[in-house]
Unconditional design. Structure first.
Length: 539
């Protein structure tokens, strides 16, 4: 075991955490006991990584805050970077949550306020923690005070997490990463505030908001899914506190609190409102309001679009059906006249055998459903149905679709099997005298199939169009609702006495001008000292 780290004498190894070994050491110059974190040998860093770690940890030596564990010194020994910090009494928050479950809302708010003050101090110094989680938050034995550890070691721990991610493992700290961290985008102090929101959610509910099995599932949840409702798992949580957590965990950094000081002011205002009984309804009501706004936008427009599309489909179907019917009538009439002309002489000389042969040949044509040759006595002399030959042709009352000057009539009839046929009744004329009639039925299955396919194609196109419009409108309504929720939450904080509340999102549109007007109003109120519930000042 290493005996010294700089001037500090190693007393004993106290454990391992993530990428570091931890030791208890003594400072011979001050006789105080300190803690030493040294990069594990199996997590060896190259020169660039070591320099980055030492620079980050060295910057942390500038932090001086009662809720931040002080960093005394950084250095290297045997090519292993080490960090010397004060030795602090306390229990890691993750152990408390494992044994006790969720914390009382009052205690969670008090601890979150201290964490917000500490993060604000660090961010003002230009230092971002990047790895805040219950594992590096120490709670005093009386449960009243917290201190943040781990400033400056995120560089090494991120490298360690990357190895675990490659193996699809889920490092504990990954549950507290912000969306911009998992996307590889640049981060600032608002990333730490997101992590604090996750910690606060877990303190209130007893479980982290995202619990994906496997790294890919967890990162997908963080990037896309809204956190579970605190109102469902911890209904005793004050609505103001629920709203604070929701704003901290916004996917877009611009929608969160801009600074730790702004968050601390909101927490103080919520605590003040809770003490004075000024707790307003929110949570499910706000959520219902967002849904109602989306419905108010989407339902009427969707209904109107559906009516327009249905009307259009009906008109197209009617026009297409008329065109197909006209074509069927024209083609069938031509075939009926052809058959009447060719069978006139055979009927006149009563060559029944030739007529039956002609009918058999005609029945082989595509689309012919039935054919009957009827003489002047209305007796069937040839038919595709042999049982009808020699029998009177049954007359049926049919409403004709069209009647030609030569006496040809066309009508649409439905057969016993349910299929539709176009029925043609054409006179057989020989030298100007009607000597019989033909009855020809042409199947409409192909035309009906074409019409059905066209209808289903139009319906599918209409559904896709309506779905795309609904998705587009929902996205707009949800985006607008989130912005209005930000404005509503900020106005509630002003009403609670947090006159320092500002909206940090910058927009170059009507909403942006509305946000600017709100900020100007809040500034004027703060200067004038208006408000019935001023937040308490920091101790």
């Amino acid at each position: 075991m290493i005996q010294r780290a700089g001037r500090y004498e190693i007393i004993e190894k106290t454990g391992e955490a993530d990428a570091f070994e931890t030791f208890r050491a003594a400072d011979p110059e001050t006789d105080r006991v300190v803690a030493v974190r040294m990069l594990r040998r199996d997590r060896g860093a190259d020169a660039a990584q070591a320099e980055r770690l030492l620079d980050a940890a060295g910057a942390a030596t500038r932090l001086d805050h009662p809720n931040i564990i002080a960093t005394h010194e950084v250095g290297q020994i045997e090519a292993r970077p080490y960090i010397v910090t004060e030795s602090a009494d306390g229990v890691p928050l993750d152990r408390i949550l494992e044994t006790e479950g969720r914390l009382p809302p009052e205690q969670a708010m008090a601890l979150a306020l201290q964490l917000a003050d500490a993060l604000g101090h660090a961010h003002d110094a230009g230092i971002v923690h990047r790895g805040l989680g219950p594992g590096n938050i120490l709670v005093s034995p009386d449960g009243a005070t917290v201190r943040i550890a781990g400033f400056g070691i995120a560089a090494a721990e991120e490298t360690d997490q990357t190895r675990q991610m490659a193996a699809d493992a889920v490092p504990r700290a990954a549950r507290y990463l912000s969306p911009e961290q998992i996307a590889g985008r640049p981060v600032d102090g608002r990333s730490d505030l997101y992590s604090l929101g996750v910690v606060l959610h877990e303190m209130l509910t007893g479980a982290p908001p995202y619990d994906g099995q496997g790294m890919a599932a967890l990162l997908s949840q963080i990037a896309r899914d809204e956190p579970p409702s605190i109102a469902e798992t911890a209904p005793e949580t004050a609505p103001e506190l629920q709203r604070i957590v929701a704003r901290l965990m916004a996917k877009q950094a611009d929608e969160r609190y801009a600074t730790g000081a702004e968050l601390a002011a909101a927490l103080r205002a919520a605590m003040q409102a809770r003490r004075t009984g000024r707790v307003r309804r929110t949570g499910q009501a706000d959520r219902a309001g967002r849904i109602a706004l989306a419905l108010k936008w989407i339902l009427p427009i969707t209904a109107l679009l559906a009516v327009i599309m249905a009307g259009g489909i009906y008109m197209v179907a009617q026009t297409y059906s008329r065109v197909l019917t006209r074509m069927a009538v024209d083609q069938g009439a031509a075939l009926a006249r052809f058959i009447a002309n060719d069978t006139a002489e055979l009927l006149l000389i009563q060559d029944w055998v030739a007529i039956e042969l002609f009918v058999d040949a005609a029945a082989m044509l595509d689309g012919v459903g039935y054919l009957a040759i009827v003489d002047h006595q209305k007796l069937v002399r040839g038919a595709t149905d042999p049982g009808m030959i020699g029998m009177p042709y049954p007359e049926r009352d049919r409403k004709p679709l069209s009647t030609a000057p030569d006496g040809l009539r066309a009508a649409m009839v439905r057969r016993a099997d349910g299929s539709k046929v176009m029925d043609f009744d054409a006179p057989i004329v020989y030298q100007g005298t009607t000597i019989g009639r033909i009855r020809l039925g042409l199947s409409q299955s192909e035309a009906q199939g074409a019409l059905d396919r066209t209808m289903w194609s139009l319906i599918a196109l209409a559904l896709v169009t309506i779905g795309a419009v609904v998705a587009f409108l929902y996205g707009i309504a949800r985006s607008l609702s989130r912005r209005l929720g930000t404005l509503r939450g900020s106005m509630d904080e002003i009403a609670a006495g947090n006159l320092g509340c500002r909206i940090g999102e910058a927009r170059n549109d009507e909403l942006g001008r509305l946000f600017t007007s709100f900020n100007e109003m809040a500034t004027a109120l703060e200067k004038d000292g208006h408000g019935d519930a001023r937040p308490p000042t920091a101790d």
